[in-house]
Design a protein around this ligand. Sequence first.
Ligand code: SER
Length: 321
Amino acid sequence: MKRTLVTGANGQIGSDLVGRLRREQGPDAVVALDITPPAAVNGADMGHHVEVADVRDRSAIERIIRAHDVGTVYHLASLLSASGESQPDRAWDVNTNGLKNVLDEARAHELTVFWPSSIAVFGPDTPKRNTPQETILNPDTMYGVTKRSGELLCRYYHRRHGVDVRSVRFPGLVSYAAPPGGGTTDYAVDMLRAAARGVPYTCFLRPDTRLPMMYMPDALQAVHRLMDADPAALSVRTSYNLTAFSLSAEELATAIRQRIPGFAVTYAPDTRQQIADTWPASVDDAPARTDWGWAPTFDLDAMVDDMLDHLRERTDEPKRG
Ligand code: SER
């Protein structure tokens, strides 16, 4: 049996994806790799394999792929946009060389690869509304530069070496399992967590900042559909545009206030505002819909309801004990 390797397994997407793969394939089929050991709740006691390694270390990655007889890699390890601006050298190294290591291993061992790109590939001169699949891609951040370079690497390895690597440009992702870290769209999760705890929130973006977003169950559904698709149906080998809904910080605050009256939000934009200002307000994901049947199930209201339910359960837990 070929196993599935998830890099960046402790991160926002990885924490949810490892759980889903464990349920679909069985714990023994899943190898969770991260640069730090997992928290107990997502660790080896759950029955899957755990490896601690740096994706920049190709020999370590190769050893792990051989040792576990890996057939598919979900390569999630990455620095996000705000972290990338404070550590640009590290962001380039981890994001770009980490991906190249995985693609070289995929070539050598005939692995299938999923790799997330981002709305950060777009830049200030990209059309802001309904941003098309094929458009101007001049990112302003190091994170965006690594994602755009990564998209071109994926396309190159597919064309030149036949590597089956598949990718989507994720919008901001909202989830409750593990918090995001070092991103610009993180404010949405931070705001919902504050609301669930009953504390006020100071938002680091302006109230009118509108960005494309998606709830994690839809993100996992997209990954599943894309990885299940007939390779012949995939017309995009850089990375597919993908979205669920668009949201401004003020609209999220209003949606929360409809459920938690009196929830207080103030706005103190910081350097992340400059990053957000270069990203689109909405994207056109028609090729993903046509090629592999992408269709989101959560809109803003359904996401807010589900997030608050889950976050409140967690907030309540310590009190029960
Ligand atoms: N969520 C990411 C960030 O904000 C964008 O892909 O950096």
